[in-house]
Design a protein around this ligand. Structure first.
Ligand code: UN1
Length: 477
């Protein structure tokens, strides 16, 4: 399969083609992606800028129908696209299909959301004048996405961008061109005028500067690592762009003495290890109060050891591979570092040889971690969980908030008073009560506080804030 760039409605190859390797089986080449040049990124931006005039004034009915069509096709092809996703990214088939359905639902949601226009008609403080406040499209948006949700994250940026009348230049992560192209192909047949949506694939280092600083780009929406996010923020802010950044997390899951053990263990296993821990919402710091610590730890270890590691497309696999060699090496380096730092490795952290040559490792649990250890502070983005012991509830809350990140946080307790206290006190954009910190709905706001996010939140009705700008009109009748 050859994946091409989509620029002004034309599919464009390139002189350089990068292989798309299945992380569950390195012998399986999923396809080859045409690497766009900075010049091609400029062409895509020019096309988007040109298309903006007409698209920004298009009827909301037209946009609704296009988005609805895209959403329906994505859902109808969930098995095929879920398989492609699992094959190129390495999350399990069940997770891949689930993510595809989520992406389709997002398009269908924004098909409806655009039919709920916002606007105000107000009196002026001056006689004879009336005021109208409307939401206007922003312009050309550069959308830069990570590999870990190859279709859902692009969907939750692209769908609202288009719904609110903007034009898009989309650069997916190099590791997942298959899903990006499948999405682009569906969009290209949806009735969108040429240039409204463009796809450019390539290295962030080459295309990023163009996408974040070109004068015709108005806004940049990015999800990815903190380091890249900070670089983008610097370049884009200097160039005067509107910015939306979703970066890392080191999300705490607090388990109090009175927690229902099975619910807490399930939340920890899912939150820490599903999708191979490759989620910015992963529960990577599990903070457990003294009275339940030993009991929780042994149940958590037991459940983790029962997880089946293997090829993402095999039906009985619970945990697929790391996405690539760099990520696997990073995970294993952190496992070694945790031991050097004096944390107790209770299970996992080893390379797994499976039937196919893939980037497999057993999920690792470090117990008795101190909050100052690097493994308890850095986002690892792999199946490595740290468990910290808290003296009491106050200590647990303080430990939970002792992080530069603030994306999601969880609390397991059967007490309404404790749930309320933690829900209010946890410094995070999303708080889960008796549920994993990862796995979110699409119709409500998504985003974090502190170092995790910057700019308006995504998804649900919140997306309107970033993808529109308000215009105030003063009208003398
Ligand atoms: C989820 O937990 O369902 O990159 C979504 C990430 C997040 C998305 C998490 N932006 O992992």
């Amino acid at each position: 399969m050859r994946y091409e760039n989509l620029i002004d409605g034309q599919w464009m190859g390139s002189e350089r083609w990068a292989p798309n390797i299945n992380p569950s089986d390195l012998g399986d080449v999923v396809g080859y992606a045409a690497m766009a040049t900075p010049d091609m990124a400029e062409q895509a931006i020019a096309a988007a800028a040109h298309a903006f005039g007409a698209w920004s004034h298009s009827a909301i009915q037209q946009r609704a129908e296009i988005l609805e069509r895209v959403g329906l096709e994505i859902v109808a092809r969930k098995d095929e696209l879920g398989r492609l996703l699992a094959r190129e990214e390495g999350k399990t088939l069940r997770e891949g299909v689930g993510e595809v359905v989520r992406a389709g639902q997002i398009f269908k949601y924004y098909a409806q959301e655009i039919l709920r226009p916002h606007g105000q008609h107000l009196p002026s403080v001056r006689p004879g004048i009336e005021i109208e406040v409307t939401s206007e499209p922003v312009g050309v948006i550069s959308i830069i996405t990570p590999w870990n949700f190859p279709i859902a994250i692009p969907a939750w940026k692209i769908a609202p961008a288009l719904a609110f009348g903007n034009c898009v230049v989309f650069k997916p992560a190099e590791l997942v061109p298959g899903c990006a192209c499948a999405l682009a192909e569906i969009l290209s047949r949806s009735g969108l005028p040429h240039g409204v949506f463009n796809l450019v694939m390539g290295h962030g280092a080459e295309l990023g500067p163009v996408l974040t600083t070109d004068p015709r780009v108005t806004a940049v929406s990015f999800t990815g690592s903190e380091a890249t996010g900070r670089r983008i923020a610097q370049a884009a802010a200097t160039a005067g762009k509107r910015l939306q950044l979703e970066m890392g997390g080191k999300n705490p899951l607090v388990v109090l003495d009175d927690a229902a053990l099975d619910i807490a263990v399930d939340a920890a296993v899912q939150g820490a290890f599903f999708s191979t821990g490759q989620r910015c919402t992963a529960s990577s710091r599990i903070i457990v109060t003294d009275g339940i610590y030993d009991q929780f730890l042994s149940a958590f270890v037991g459940a983790t050891q029962r997880l089946r590691i293997g090829h993402a497309l095999e039906t009985n696999t619970d945990i697929g591979p790391a996405v690539d060699a760099t990520q696997l090496d990073k995970n294993l380096r952190y496992v070694a570092l945790g031991q050097e730092e004096g944390a107790r490795l209770v299970t996992g952290g080893e390379r797994v040889r499976a039937a196919t040559n893939g980037y497999f490792m057993t999920p690792a649990i470090f117990a008795d971690c101190r909050p100052d250890m690097q493994i308890a502070r850095d986002e690892i983005f792999g199946p490595v969980a740290t468990v910290l012991r808290a003296r009491d509830d106050d200590h647990a809350l303080a430990l939970a908030n002792d992080s530069g990140y603030g994306l999601s946080a969880g609390i397991c307790t059967q007490s309404l008073a404790q749930a309320t206290r933690f829900r209010r006190g946890l410094q995070a954009g999303m708080v889960m009560v008796n549920a994993p910190t990862a796995g979110v709905d699409y119709h409500v706001p998504f985003g974090g506080t502190k170092g995790s996010s910057s700019g308006p939140h995504e998804q649900g009705w919140a997306a309107r804030e970033f993808f529109t700008t308000s215009k105030t009109a003063y009208i003398r009748a």
